[in-house]
Design a protein around this ligand. Structure first.
Ligand code: NAI
Ligand code: MG
Length: 354
């Protein structure tokens, strides 16, 4: 029996709706296993800008640092998406959080529940058995380099930078993880064109001999984008840079059926942060139809990785599996054959998990 402090940071849009479900699931687990979980909440993103003018208030950051884990929602608001001139933006809160907490490794498991084989637009025989774990580097690359304008604003630039140290620490996490799985690692870069990618490949090649039991493959990112859809089963652990990982994992969400199914864990030197890979989804905000399973599965990752509660984590995943087996679907994972009474909203899906 353990005592843990969890910070819930729902953020914006459907982040509010799905995180409420993730939290209920954590609470249920605590009750079932006799753990004591205490919760606090904090602001981030648009909600934080409205309240304080800052997308990541110091108070939020301090609470994150003092918690055992963070259950995070999403940030974003339509008012910024079409206003490139906005200087203060919700995503700055996200990037600052990752940097300040040193969350350099973003784990994104792409696991297809068998019951959802029909929900994907990819053919069933290509999908069946696909199980990929992405390691996306999260605190470097073009997202954090110098950016700006020159030539009176007519030229814009974003600088991509990686250090040997940054590549090595994420690569080691991926190698270690590959050892516990099918012992296959695919390192994705664009080493034919980019200098940061050449360093990336050099570093991975240099440490690979320390993991003789892991088979390493090197791919260019454009080829990976194609192969993910053509033959997802060829991948086991994939390690890649921040920008490539961002794009490839949205693509890979179609292997799992929907963005609403994909959870992530961001880990580093301090508190771990657990969140769906999707954003605040303005198009469905307030409709009560967002799929909460990405948040529920993020809670499962939190239990496993930050708290070492394997059994508790597996119970959450099996609850998701059970409700899918029973035929329940949120609208994003329903297909033509799903009867109307089995299509549930966010809260009702949460009730089924509980
Ligand atoms: P999005 O991930 O919010 O939505 C993409 C599409 O997937 C939408 O059609 C949405 O309805 C659907 N979708 C996403 N999650 C779903 C769920 N749980 N259940 C059912 N359908 C779901 O990405 P989009 O639309 O490009 O961006 C919306 C806002 O989110 C923007 O302001 C963007 O900056 C922000 N964003 C934030 C992220 C974060 O906080 N980590 C990540 C990506 C985008
Ligand atoms: Mg993304």
């Amino acid at each position: 029996m353990a005592s843990k402090q969890i910070l819930v940071v729902p953020g914006d849009g459907i982040g509010q709706e799905v995180t409420a479900v993730g939290k209920k699931v954590l609470d249920k687990i605590a009750g079932k296993f006799g753990h004591t979980f205490t919760y606090d909440e904090a602001l981030v993103g648009h909600a934080a800008i409205e309240a304080t003018g800052n997308p990541l208030p110091d108070e939020t950051l301090a609470k994150m640092k003092n918690s055992d884990a963070v259950l995070f929602g999403a940030v974003g608001h339509p008012k910024y998406d079409n206003d490139p001139s906005a200087k203060v933006r919700p995503e700055q809160g996200l990037l600052k959080m990752r940097k300040e907490l040193g969350l350099y490794a973003n784990l994104r498991p792409i696991k297809l529940f068998d019951e959802l084989l029909g929900a994907s637009s990819i053919k069933e025989d290509i999908l069946r058995g696909a199980d990929i774990l992405f390691f996306r580097e999260l605190t470097g690359d073009i997202y954090f380099g110098e950016k700006g304008r020159k030539n009176n604003g007519d030229t814009a630039y974003d600088l991509a930078e990686y250090s040997r140290f940054e590549v090595e620490r994420i690569a080691r996490k991926a190698f270690d993880s590959a050892r516990t799985r099918r012992k296959k690692l695919c390192s994705v870069d664009k080493a034919n064109v980019l200098e940061t990618s050449r360093l990336w490949r050099e570093v991975v090649q240099k440490i690979a001999p320390e993991y003789p039991d892991v088979e390493v493959e090197y791919q260019f990112v454009d080829a990976t984008a194609m192969l993910l859809i053509k033959d997802p089963k060829r991948f086991d652990v994939v390690v890649t840079a921040n920008l490539f990982g961002d794009i490839l994992t949205d693509e890979a969400s179609q292997i799992a059926g929907s963005m609403g199914m994909l959870a992530s864990a961001s880990i580093g030197d301090g508190t771990g942060v657990y969140e769906p890979i999707h954003g605040s989804a303005h198009d469905i905000t307030g409709k009560g139809i967002a799929n909460p399973l990405a948040s529920v599965l993020s809670a499962a990752l939190l239990l496993d990785i930050s708290f070492g509660m394997k059994e508790e984590s597996e119970l959450v995943i099996s609850a998701v599996d059970k409700l899918l087996k029973a035929g329940f679907r949120s609208s994003d994972i329903a297909d033509a054959g799903t009867p109307a009474e089995k299509i549930l909203g966010t809260e009702a899906m949460g009730e089924q998990v509980l």
